[in-house]
Design a protein around this ligand. Structure first.
Ligand SMILES: [Mg+2]
Length: 128
């Protein structure tokens, strides 16, 4: 599947710390043959990819459409339609299907949202 992750407060905190489980999840998803994309309302976040050394996992980094989601994919240069969206806001998740995660605001080593996402993606992939 083409899996799109929001950046701020989904995979990083407000202080840009990586959320627990992100690396493990990306490793698993890539191993299972999924393509992982990042998108953000702030534009392509290549600096976050570099900061956390995510290059080997990421197939692309894009600006995220905040409205008219399907219509704006092409103008934003997004080459595929998302099969699955992971976001801390519900709009894209409701539109494309996916998992709505809690806002990851501050570093919290006890956060387990990425494990929940992994289970949901595995279930969706199996159902296809
Ligand atoms: Mg967000």
């Amino acid at each position: 599947m083409n899996i799109f992750f929001d950046v701020d407060q989904t995979i990083i905190s407000s202080a840009n710390d990586l959320r627990p489980g992100v690396l493990e999840l990306f490793e698993t998803l890539k191993g299972d043959g999924h393509a992982i994309y990042l998108w953000s309302g702030l534009g392509p976040r290549d600096e976050i990819v570099a900061m956390h050394k995510l290059q080997t996992y990421i197939s692309g980094c894009y600006e995220k459409p905040l409205t008219r989601y399907d219509e704006l994919l092409k103008p934003l240069g997004i080459p595929v339609r998302p099969d699955y969206a992971v976001d801390d806001h519900e709009g894209l998740v409701l539109h494309f299907g996916g998992t709505l995660v809690s806002h990851y605001l501050v570093t919290n080593e006890g956060d387990r949202e990425m494990w929940r996402v992994g289970v949901s993606i595995a279930a969706r992939a199996t159902a296809r």
